[in-house]
Design a protein around this ligand. Sequence first.
Ligand SMILES: [Zn+2]
Length: 237
Amino acid sequence: MKTWTTKSGPTITRVMGGRCNVFLVSHGGRFLLVDTGPAGMWRLLISRLRKLGAEKLDGIVLTHTHFDHAGKAARLREMFGCPVYVHRSEAELLEKGANPVIRGSTPFGSAVAFLASITPKKMLAYAPCATDVTVDERLDLPDFGPNTYILHTPGHTRGSMSVIVGGETALAGDGLVGMFRSTAFPPFAEDSRELVESWGRLLGTGCRIFLPAHGGAKNADELRAEYERRRVAHRAP
Ligand SMILES: [Zn+2]
């Protein structure tokens, strides 16, 4: 399990990789899970949390409500009795266990999105989960370290959010991807222009490291260089 430390205190551990990175933010004996992965591999997740000393969770943030991020949310919420944070615009989807629309932003993404559109809805569904805290533009999380907060960073989906940890490291969900060397732009975006604008917001946080839910980290210089190119192409401010 890979760990990132911040100067201001909180640490971040990648608890699960593969289909969706699941991150645990730890600070002063408190634990915040960011995304849950798809429905499977339950025992592995729980044993890894225990290994990290997380006998309890103090919160679960869903960066958005695609099935590969929210798949274990209901079960974790029930087990740990902790609040689930989701953006206001996706709370209803979470409560139904419904996947937001998948829209391609590249030829590859469009082909996959087309396949998803003809896939029976049931296959992309997940266990419905109650929402405890809805987030709008920003929500401070002082229990998980100074300068730790949730930021609305839409584009991949309407309600996509990032978690800024200690003002240094961003857990960006699917707002960017780390599978490709040449680009951080996700193959799926409901609104590509909005996504580029969200990169501007992310860069404005002062974070140096951006951890996506798929693939490895991007640094601020890489993200800024691509942002400058794309903001012209997408006419983002
Ligand atoms: Zn997604």
